[in-house]
Write a protein that binds this ligand. Structure first.
Ligand SMILES: NC(=O)c1ccc[n+]([C@@H]2O[C@H](COP(=O)([O-])OP(=O)(O)OC[C@H]3O[C@@H](n4cnc5c(N)ncnc54)[C@H](O)[C@@H]3O)[C@@H](O)[C@H]2O)c1
Ligand SMILES: O=P(O)(O)OC[C@@H](O)[C@@H](O)[C@H](O)[C@H](O)CO
Length: 442
């Protein structure tokens, strides 16, 4: 679920490179619009992965997607989930699509979740309309799998969420319980929720990328995907119905995933969010441009120092990881647009800034570098037009206030405990004023 750029540069790429690739095929469903499925289906699911290194591009046609389907075709999705040959389902549906509340639980008041809950609790499969949320569709599919006795399977969350397998499990169980207790018990006994740390910087494809593939390869691919050479996949959990041999392509299977997840979410994604807000306030458009600015680079390094002080539990090789990130971010041939990274900031900051801020303050330190990320976000929300965020309406309402009240309201949206902590509000306020006054980071 979530036939976007990342699924194609990562899980589909790993599947193509598995030693037993010939035994596997992916049916990939879009989330909200049919476009990506239509374009890919018209070229038999084939597309080009462009690996863009400093030294140049390399091109590879990927054939692991055998069916590209509009996510609104819920009947086909349910039919495939009920088939014993279906063994696992990956999720790349964005952080916001999980519809989590500030406590990380399924937000049953979100209008689309509430509508799906009402629909599904009326009797799974009986309603004429279909669920619209990915979780609603997944629950409908799992009910069909139970009814057809097709056996257990794995749900493999590949979104940038902390404890992503646990989060996916809790959201699916939250919906399944509301539908019927028997289904929740079946999911509990038969569905394995695998946690992952996923990494491969993959910006949105542009028209220029399509032209570049045509020029270099001599064919017109309407749906190539451009990505960096680096790729990483760490997984933890069971695959009761089997899986491709992804380890042949470098995937790593571990018992304890949290240290790897936190390293990636805090160091890579945290720095990305910091650059997205601070960089745009300073007029930059891409990650590489923002990182070349001394003040942004310093803010990133400061944040990394704070994050690193709270990372342990495995051989994480933080200095090497940081050095590699500087090189990856500095790859100016990958135009990774800050505006894309900035989207859905309220959901992302909860995983990228807040854990570091909380850990630093619990250790008796200020958490200034993490607070600077929040200050940059807060300043950005006041300047951005057409902000895309699951809490966009509440953010707009907060921005109608001024001074301390405005900041408290914004912090409240990230976590009510932040808004109520005068020490944190003051810290963030001081940093926000610096951006506003000088248009520059302190
Ligand atoms: N792009 C990357 O570099 C990268 C790297 C690591 C992890 N990821 C993870 O993968 C996710 C997707 O990234 P992408 O680059 O493929 O994005 P994308 O926009 O290309 O694709 C996102 C997919 O999710 C669907 N979707 C989006 N919002 C949805 C919603 N509210 N409900 C249902 N479906 C929805 C879209 O329709 C699309 O199919 C990211 O949000 C992140 O969690 C991305
Ligand atoms: O994809 P998102 O929207 O979760 O976050 C934006 C970037 O931080 C992210 O895509 C990274 O490039 C990626 O996580 C690298 O593996």
């Amino acid at each position: 679920m979530g036939l976007g750029a990342f699924h194609r540069s990562h899980q589909a790429w790993y599947t193509q490179h598995a030693g037993d690739a010939g035994e596997w095929g992916i049916a990939a469903f879009t989330g909200r619009r049919p476009d990506a499925a239509k374009v890919l289906a018209a070229q038999d699911g084939l597309y080009t992965v462009v690996e863009r290194a400093d030294a140049g591009d390399s091109f590879e046609v990927i054939g692991s997607i055998v069916e590209a389907v509009d996510g609104a075709d819920v009947d086909r999705f349910v039919q495939l989930l009920a088939a014993p040959l279906t063994t696992l389902i990956t999720l790349t549906i964005t952080e916001a699509a999980y519809r989590l509340d500030v406590d990380g639980k399924l937000d049953s008041r979100a209008p689309d979740v509430a509508a799906d809950l009402a629909l599904l609790s009326g009797g799974v499969g009986r309603a004429s309309s279909k669920p619209t949320t990915p979780l609603g569709r997944l629950v409908l599919g799992l009910a069909a799998r139970r009814d057809s006795d097709a056996g257990p399977l794995a749900v493999v969350c590949c979104d940038n969420l902390s404890n992503n397998g646990t989060v996916a499990r809790s959201a699916v169980m939250g919906m399944a319980k509301a539908v019927d207790g028997g289904l929740a018990a079946w999911v509990d006994a038969n569905v394995s929720f695998v946690s992952t740390s996923v990494d491969r910087i993959t910006p949105r494809t542009t028209d220029a990328d399509i032209d570049a593939v045509a020029a270099a390869c001599g064919y017109r691919d309407e749906s190539p995907v451009v990505t960096e050479p680096f790729h990483n996949w760490v997984l933890s959990g069971d695959f009761p119905a089997g899986r491709p041999r992804w380890e042949d392509a470098g995937a790593v299977f571990v018992d304890e995933i949290e240290p790897y997840e936190n390293r990636k979410l805090w160091l890579l994604n945290g720095a990305h969010s910091l650059l997205a807000y601070a960089g745009q306030l300073l007029g930059y458009k891409t990650v590489a441009e923002a990182l070349a600015d001394d003040s942004c680079r310093r803010a990133v390094e400061d944040f990394w120092d704070e994050a690193a002080a709270n990372l342990d539990g495995a051989d994480l090789r933080i200095p090497e990881y940081r050095a590699a990130l500087l090189e990856r971010f500095g790859n100016s041939r990958i135009a990774h647009h800050l505006a894309q990274i900035a989207m859905d900031g309220s959901a992302k900051l909860r995983m990228r800034a807040l854990p570091v801020l909380r850990a630093e303050r619990a250790a008796g330190r200020s958490g200034q570098a993490a607070a600077r990320m929040i200050a940059a976000w807060s300043a950005y929300t006041a300047t951005a037009t057409g902000l895309q965020d699951p809490q966009a309406a509440d953010i707009a309402a907060a921005n109608l206030l001024s001074g301390r009240a405005r900041l408290e309201a914004l912090l409240d949206l990230l976590d009510p405990e932040l808004g109520a902590d005068s020490g944190i509000v003051e810290l963030v306020e001081g940093l926000s004023e610096t951006f506003a006054d000088a248009g520059h980071l302190s």
